[in-house]
Design a protein around this ligand. Structure first.
Ligand code: TXA
Ligand code: MG
Length: 352
């Protein structure tokens, strides 16, 4: 049983001097407490990565299975070398990726040193590392002087929170502190890459989770392999739920639909539509109780990404809507990561 407690929400504005807030949050973490902390992607549920009891508590509070490893957040890329053992043949590629995308929404899965507790990595020989661009997560990690292990601050399998209010809805009453810096600027979880050697022994990356660092952005930097390709893939890949078919799911059923095809509603069921621009033939149909556009009018993928989880959450909370229909999005750039999340949300229904 998770003890019930009062959840304090502290507002923090990274444009002001936040050192006292960072110090206070780091104090809670240093005592083994959990703190929900904003990043540019989604809010994370942070624990001191070197405190096994605190990390165990993260799994308990989220009801997360122990085989799903956590991401460690660092204040600076330079700090990562104390916790990882990158093979010499991969170091130049790791340096290049770090220079290009850190601080930012990229996570690198790297061989770990023993200082990282087994519980963080679900016993894997690797640890997922990220230097976020959000000043608040980095500020707290700097004040703690340890990496912060933080999964998304939602209950396992639910929609990731992109605001402090969403965190409170997910975990209020079971954690002591939430830092509120407003909405997340990316809105989708980080891209997860595992640097590796390809079949020819050349440095490449395996794309473990699509995210804001898109395939297009990686082009010209290195070859991108699908999970399971390249040397010794089986040994190093976890059975990780971020990669489970059903994940990131609203409580209500979600159906993915081609916006150019007509939708036939079932008698007596009320439907809400998540529409890309809000102007498709599908959106004009009369059958919707509610239509929520992701990027009204102009259809910008970056805007849709920022809003996707908040809109999914709003549809889930709307009592008038029983079934959510989401338009398929263009599968270029950020559209790939969004379609990945929508497919997993829809898979829950197929599995049920
Ligand atoms: O943007 C993000 O990545 C957010 C913020 C808070 O940083 N975090 C996040 O964490 O999305 P989470 O726990 O929801 O997803 C972490 C995923 C795992 O499900 C797993 O797929 C992958 O990271 N992962 C972690 N450690 C790994 C490892 N050693 N090898 C392979 N995959 C790993
Ligand atoms: Mg998650």
């Amino acid at each position: 049983m998770i003890p019930r407690m009062e959840t304090r929400v502290m507002e923090v504005d990274p444009l002001e001097d936040c050192r006292s807030v960072y110090k206070e949050a780091a104090g809670v973490l240093a005592e083994g407490g959990l703190v929900a902390i904003p990043t540019e992607t989604v809010y994370g549920l942070g624990a001191d990565a070197l405190n096994t009891e605190a990390v165990a508590n993260v799994f308990a509070v989220k009801a997360r299975p122990s085989f799903d490893p956590l991401i460690c957040h660092f204040a600076k890329a330079k700090d990562i070398k104390d916790y990882t053992e990158v093979p010499a043949e991969l170091q130049p590629l790791v340096d290049k990726l770090a220079k290009e995308f850190w601080p930012g929404p990229m996570t690198l899965v790297l061989p770990r040193k023993p200082i990282i507790p087994d519980i963080v990595t679900s016993g894997l020989p690797t640890v997922a590392c990220r230097v976020p661009s959000h000043e608040v997560m980095r500020g707290v990690a700097r004040a703690l002087e340890h990496p912060i292990a933080a999964p998304s601050a939602n209950r396992f399998g639910h929609i990731s929170p992109t605001s402090a209010q969403a965190v409170v809805k997910e975990l209020g009453g079971s954690i002591p502190l939430v830092l509120d810096a407003g909405a997340c600027s990316e809105g989708l979880e980080s891209t997860i890459l595992m640097p590796c050697l390809d079949e020819k022994g050349k440095p490449a990356v395996r794309l473990l989770r699509e995210g804001p660092v898109t395939r297009e952005k990686l082009r010209g930097i290195c070859r991108v392999l699908k999970p399971g390709k390249g040397k010794a893939a089986e040994e190093v890949l976890p059975n990780a739920p971020g990669q489970l078919k059903s994940h990131y799911a609203p409580a209500k059923p979600l159906i993915l639909w081609n916006p150019r095809e007509e939708f036939t509603p079932e008698e007596g069921v009320s439907y809400g539509l998540i529409s890309y621009e809000g102007e498709s033939a599908l959106a004009q149909q009369e059958c919707w109780t509610e239509v929520m556009p992701l990027s009204p009018g102009s259809g910008r993928l970056a805007e849709a990404a920022v809003r996707l989880f908040a809109v999914m959450r709003a549809m889930d909370e709307n009592d008038e809507v029983q079934v959510i229909v989401a338009e398929e999005l263009p599968e270029t750039g950020l559209g790939c990561a969004m379609m990945d999340r929508l497919r997993r949300a829809a898979a829950k229904r197929e599995e049920a």
